[in-house]
Ligand binder design. Structure first.
Ligand SMILES: [Zn+2]
Length: 174
């Protein structure tokens, strides 16, 4: 705790008495992220395998390999704000993009593309679940998005990756 924090006039005694956030055990919402992530990878690997087999094109496997979600899930296992922020951006954006592609494909669908469309839809459900689970207060606490000084969940990112965040209430930077 710095001197500034101790002299902060905005810090009420109630805040100081609040239980410190437990970041040791994995909360349910974070477990949900990993379960959904596992299903997302399973769907994407199955879909990639199906398309490679159907089109008899082994090079397709390289392009369809779900490297980004895999790397993000591994980084989430290590924890931290940067992994949280990158994952939130990625899974939120993937959901919007994937839903857009799904709608376009359903509108313009011709031949037997049912399996890939179903996989696309399931992927978006998984993307959305991961995005929402990461936004859950317990997930935010687990990934250190809650101020360690006043325990307020109202940080302002000091950079776009959230490597440093500033508390909007007490001004503490962590
Ligand atoms: Zn604070």
């Amino acid at each position: 705790m710095t001197e500034d924090d101790q002299q902060n006039p905005y810090r009420s005694p109630v805040d100081a008495e609040t239980e410190p956030t437990d970041t040791t055990s994995i909360p349910g919402s974070v477990a949900f992220v990993f379960v959904s992530g596992f299903f997302l990878l399973l769907i994407q690997f199955t879909e990639a395998g199906y398309l490679v087999w159907r089109q008899q094109n082994i090079n397709l496997a390289f392009w369809l390999f779900p490297a980004v979600p895999l790397l993000l899930l591994i980084s989430l296992a290590f924890g931290g704000k940067v992994a949280w922020a990158c994952s939130r951006y990625y899974f939120g954006f993937s959901f919007l993009l994937g839903t857009g592609i799904f709608i376009v494909r359903v509108i313009s669908s011709g031949d037997d593309m049912y399996i890939t469309e179903l996989a696309l839809l399931c992927s978006q459900v998984a993307n959305l679940v991961i995005f929402l689970s990461l936004g859950h207060p317990k997930s935010r606490a687990y990934f250190q998005m809650i101020c360690p000084v006043c325990n307020t969940d109202y940080p302002q990112p000091a950079d776009w990756l959230c490597a440093k965040t500033t508390c909007r209430k007490c001004g503490h930077q962590w």
